[in-house]
Design a protein around this ligand. Structure first.
Ligand SMILES: Nc1nc2c(ncn2[C@@H]2O[C@H](COP(=O)(O)OP(=O)(O)OP(=O)(O)O)[C@@H](O)[C@H]2O)c(=O)[nH]1
Ligand SMILES: [Mg+2]
Length: 173
């Protein structure tokens, strides 16, 4: 894998699951275009981070239904995805929809049940309810407390790298 290869990673999840918080805490950067209406994400914006020899373009998607038309655009060309579940709400219909949506893009993804500082959903329950195969990691996190965010990104990158290597791709562009 060439140093400096760019990966596009998108964080998906229901309204208020903590996608913007995840991206900001992980990167230590502020998303510029957030907060138009009660802090819900309504626009395209991303941060750049460097990890494991990659330059990662990390996007937070909007969770509000009214802005879900942006999901396809965000997903176009993505190398991997993170699905955040709001543990305070539980596994929602949007999570079911997003698993199907992400799976349709045939990229590595990871599921993180967020807000573990308030409550937790068992990994086994998530796997069972959403029919998640063994090779997809399911973890708990608190984006607010920056709990394991680097590790979550790290294991996603590893799986992306594995896939690119198996395809003989270097992902230069
Ligand atoms: N307790 C707790 N609160 C969190 C955590 N992550 C995010 N929040 C809070 O949840 C609320 C929504 O967070 P956002 O990061 O804006 O959620 P989002 O998924 O980007 O929301 P949309 O863009 O509107 O879909 C904010 O009040 C955050 O502070 C967490 O790990 N723990
Ligand atoms: Mg947001």
């Amino acid at each position: 894998m060439a140093a400096g290869s760019i990966l596009k990673v998108v964080v998906f999840g229901a309204l208020n699951a903590g996608k913007t918080t995840f991206v900001e805490k992980l990167s230590g950067q502020d998303l510029l275009l957030k907060g138009d209406f009660d802090s819900i994400t309504t626009s395209f914006d991303f941060v750049q981070i460097e990890q494991q020899g990659f330059l990662i373009h990390l996007f937070a998607s909007p969770g509000h239904r009214r802005f879900s038309f942006m999901w396809n655009t965000l997903a176009t060309g993505m190398d991997g995805a993170i699905l955040l579940i709001d543990s305070t709400v539980g596994i929602s219909p949007v999570d079911h929809e997003l698993v199907k949506f992400i799976t349709g893009y045939n990229v590595p993804y990871i599921i993180a049940a967020n807000k573990t500082d308030i409550c937790e959903i068992k990994d086994s329950q998530i796997r069972e309810e959403l029919s998640i195969p063994e090779e997809i990691p399911v973890v708990n996190t608190s984006a607010l407390e920056n709990q394991d965010l680097g590790n979550i990104m790290g294991s996603l990158i590893k799986n992306i790298e594995k896939k690119l290597n198996s395809l003989g791709k270097s992902n230069e562009t």
